[in-house]
Write a protein of this length. Structure first.
Length: 383
């Protein structure tokens, strides 16, 4: 059903060749330990067109779709889950600018993302408001001819780099429902009224530092509002759809990468004078893992392809996100089991694939949040 066309096959191969040539296991571990982003590899990836391939050519994008962006995320994560996640997450939020901001903002910022000159992070969650973003407290008010932002965000990931935050704020539209009172605002990271408290080392994704970020009387031009005031919640859901497709693709790659490593290992490792690939229980594990990869691929490709043909289906996207992330967690878990004691060692890589898969399952709405969306869509109106 999802036969890739020639251009898509070439993009997939180019992404895989790039990752094989540039990603180095020892270097990944070193960056993770030092909590440093792979700046040079990211710049090279941008120069080759792997960053922002879904954006318009006039903003230095590749003029292609989410499908192609998903293929890149899949191949990068298949070769190295940690490097792949970092390179395909560091422009999160730029979708909001591309889809909803005015031309001036797009011209100023999207090209810089595609060219590897800026990175973007989302500042949505607050200490008291995680899943329930409709209740956030960070405010934006119009003061004279500027926007004034006050509030504190937490878990903001990829701080420190040159670029901008997309900050989810509450507006002054007090008569409307909480959902209508939301707006996204673009704030450049170097604003002197932004204060950062590093959250320290995480279970994974340490190449991108996370922090509590305080916005204290931060002033930005009114034109930095991304999209229409009062439409923030609606727009948020739309960009979450894009982020969820990319997350599904990242974890499809992680799942395939854990399977690849397992297949290689069982053909080398001997116990009881036989390669462990000969044991029926190992064959059955591999069969289950391969089946889960195939299912994750079908639903992820379908969600991405519908998105690009403007037939985007929110429930299907949630199903893809839920299916692919769970498949990756389970497959990486099984890979650790197949590798035995060695699977628990950093050298094996599969323990890192497991940690990255778990992170992906939590981000942009965990399993429960996706189930809410799917359940609501399937059940429909209740009289
Ligand atoms: C590594 C990492 C990076 C992150 N990066 C960012 C970032 O860059 N920007 C950003 O804004 N945020 C970021 N986050 C925050 C992330 O989006 C939140 O952790 C997530 O939204 C969940 O919020 P919470 O942790 O406050 O959990 P809570 O909202 O407190 O939820 C706790 C539990 O309750 C469940 N629950 C909540 N409501 C319901 C309900 N109605 N029905 C059933 N169950 C429910 C949840 O499913 C969850 O299991 C990051 C988080 C992590 C771990």
């Amino acid at each position: 059903m999802f036969e890739l066309n020639r251009s898509q096959k070439e993009i997939k191969k180019a992404a895989r060749d790039f990752a094989k040539g540039e990603f180095d296991k020892t270097f990944t571990l070193e960056l993770e330990e030092k909590r440093k982003f792979p700046d040079k590899i990211w710049k090279k990836a941008a120069d080759l067109g792997f960053i922002g391939i879904q954006f318009d050519e006039k903003y230095s994008g590749g003029d292609l779709g989410i499908f192609e962006a998903a293929l890149i995320a899949e191949e990068f994560c298949r070769i190295d889950s940690t490097m792949g996640m970092a390179l395909t997450l560091c422009s999160s939020g730029s979708e909001a600018v591309y889809r909803f901001a005015d031309n001036d903002l797009k011209e100023k910022f999207i090209a810089k993302i595609c060219e590897g000159d800026m990175r973007c992070a989302i500042a949505f969650s607050e200490a008291e408001h995680g899943v329930d973003l409709s209740s956030i407290n960070t405010s934006v008010v119009v003061e004279k001819d500027e926007l004034l932002i006050n509030g504190k965000k937490n878990h903001v990931t990829d701080i420190g780099a040159k670029g901008f935050y997309i900050v989810l704020c509450k507006t002054e539209l007090t008569n409307d429902s909480p959902e209508k009172n939301l707006a996204m605002v673009l704030v450049e990271k170097d604003n002197k009224n932004i204060f950062i408290k590093d959250s320290g080392e995480k279970f994974s994704l340490n190449m991108m530092k996370s922090a509590e970020v305080s916005f204290q009387n931060v002033k930005v031009p009114i034109s930095n509002i991304v999209g229409k005031e009062g439409k923030g919640f609606h727009q948020l859901k739309k960009i979450f759809n894009e982020m969820k497709i990319i997350t599904a693709a990242q974890t499809l790659g992680i799942a395939q990468g854990a399977l690849d490593r397992s297949v290689k290992y069982i053909k080398q490792r001997e116990q009881f004078n036989r390669k462990i690939a000969n044991f029926q229980i190992i064959k059955h594990k591999i069969a289950d893992m391969a089946t889960k990869v195939e299912l994750a691929k079908l639903i992820t490709y379908k969600a991405a392809s519908l998105f690009d043909t403007n037939k985007s289906d929110t429930a299907l996207i949630s199903m893809a996100k839920m299916t692919a992330t769970r498949a990756a967690v389970e497959i990486a878990d099984e890979a650790i089991q197949i590798f035995g004691g060695y699977g628990y060692m950093k050298e094996s890589e599969v323990e890192r694939f497991f940690r990255d898969a778990k992170m992906a399952e939590l981000k942009f709405g965990n399993r429960a949040a996706q189930q809410d969306i799917i359940g609501k869509a399937v059940i429909g109106k209740i009289k």
